[in-house]
Design a protein around this ligand. Structure first.
Ligand SMILES: NC(=O)C1=CN([C@@H]2O[C@H](COP(=O)(O)OP(=O)(O)OC[C@H]3O[C@@H](n4cnc5c(N)ncnc54)[C@H](O)[C@@H]3O)[C@@H](O)[C@H]2O)C=CC1
Ligand SMILES: CC(C)[C@@H](O)CC[C@@H](C)[C@H]1CC[C@H]2[C@@H]3[C@H](O)CC4=CC(=O)CC[C@]4(C)[C@H]3CC[C@]12C
Length: 366
């Protein structure tokens, strides 16, 4: 816990606080923000682990609610000093309809913004995504780019479209007068693919590998780099931005920041093997075992099957045309904007991030 002479007086709200990233943000705030008096955790689905947090010095207030319900959001926001908005439907597998994704990710974010304006909360940190930039529909690579790199951010998929729209709303709201007459200060953080304790897709790959005789079969060329960032460092960046947004409002207000750390640049599958290898899996093939056209045919058949089965059951495999295209397109960032603007340095080294993730994967099947 960082030291502070002042008595704790601030109220923070984390939406989506029971999610993969949200939980790490909640725990990081309790460890690293000495000014906290109350931490409100707003989520559609509250987790049981919240109970263990109630014994500490900070008042932890679980709030079961839906960001698509403006009145519930306003009640949760009222009186908060900072809102960290991570809640969202993270769906590229066809589980939810495009309408639902839009309702949660865009209208939900608009509700958070309006709640800040109406209740007088001045600081809003939005969890955006690398996906608001790319990979785009043309499959153009984004190779070690930064926040200023020119890139045609064209999307057709509902998820990146919704994240891009929500980010625009947040950045446009910067400077709006909130109740009481002072300006709203907003910023957006763009994580690349987040990994770490609680990453369900990593767990799915591990379980799939165990079912296939402790092996996975390469589908993506090793040459395709995919940016990844450790969840603890993403959480730390959120805490730091929430703290620095007030004193550095002029510089940070209305800005976007990629989330980054020292995680190595690798293909999505080779990066996963950094954790799954030590857990006993091996990746078969030095190059994809099937040609891209055949993989795309299988992905398309998955999408067709999902559509046919939808009236009966939800069939949502990892392989679909969108995920295959994303995985096959280089997207990595190389930037220090967060360091320049608010002194961000990763809290966890690559070695530490890797060890923590391996331990979690090993324990995730017990
Ligand atoms: N997982 C990743 O690799 C990346 C995630 N992000 C962003 O980070 C944020 C968190 O993502 P994850 O933790 O991975 O997802 P998650 O699905 O684990 O967490 C999202 C949380 O939001 C809550 N939620 C969903 N709909 C809600 C609603 N209508 N009202 C209230 N709460 C609702 C869920 O219950 C869940 O706890 C999202 O905004 C996502 O777009 C950005 C880049 C990468
Ligand atoms: C089946 C194989 C082709 C396999 O390699 C597919 C992997 C695929 C599930 C992932 C590849 C890239 C991932 C996405 C990327 O990290 C960017 C993301 C940002 C977000 O905001 C949410 C998650 C995601 C879309 C992430 C989802 C999983 C992948 C598509």
């Amino acid at each position: 816990m960082a030291e502070s002479a002042e008595a704790p007086k601030l109220v923070y709200l984390v939406t989506g606080g029971c999610g993969f990233l949200g939980e790490h943000v909640v725990r990081m705030l309790l460890e690293q923000e000495p000014r906290l008096r109350e931490l409100r955790v707003f989520d559609l689905h509250l987790s049981s682990w919240l109970e263990e947090l109630k014994t500490g010095p900070v008042q932890v207030t679980p709030i079961q609610g839906d960001v698509t319900q403006a009145h519930q959001v306003a009640a949760a926001v009222s009186g908060a000093h900072v809102v960290i908005h991570t809640a969202g439907l993270v769906d590229v597998f066809g589980r939810a309809s495009p309408e639902t994704i839009y309702k949660v990710n865009v209208q939900g974010t608009q509700n958070v913004i309006e709640a800040c304006v109406q209740t007088g909360t001045r600081f809003l940190v939005y969890t955006s995504s690398m996906e608001v930039v790319g990979p785009n529909v043309k499959g153009q690579p984004f190779y070690r780019g930064n926040e200023d790199t020119p890139y045609e951010a064209l999307h057709k998929h509902p998820y990146p479209q919704s994240k891009a729209q929500a980010e625009r709303l947040v950045l446009q709201a910067n400077g709006r007068k909130v109740q009481g007459g002072l300006p709203l200060v907003t910023c957006a953080l763009r994580p690349t693919g987040i990994y770490g304790e609680g990453h369900q897709i990593m767990r799915d790959f591990y379980l799939q590998g165990l079912r296939l005789g402790s092996r996975l079969f390469r589908a993506i060329p090793a040459s395709v780099e995919h940016g990844r960032v450790y969840v603890g460092n993403v959480a730390w960046m959120h805490v730091l931005v929430a703290r620095e947004l007030e004193p550095r409002a002029e510089l940070m207000g209305g800005q976007v920041y990629f989330c980054y750390d020292k995680s190595p640049y690798k293909s999505y599958e080779d990066f996963n093997m950094e954790f799954l290898g030590p857990c006993g899996l091996r990746l078969v093939g030095t190059r994809p075992l099937l040609p891209y056209w055949l993989l795309m045919l299988l992905a398309t058949l998955n999408a067709l099957l999902q559509w046919l089965l939808r009236p009966l059951l939800l069939y949502a495999p990892l392989l679909n045309p969108y995920t295959l295209a994303i995985a096959n397109t280089t997207f990595t960032v190389s930037t220090n904007k967060a360091q320049r603007h608010f002194g961000y340095e990763p809290l966890f080294s690559w070695e530490d991030s890797r060890t923590r993730t391996i331990l979690w994967v090993q324990g995730s099947t017990q």
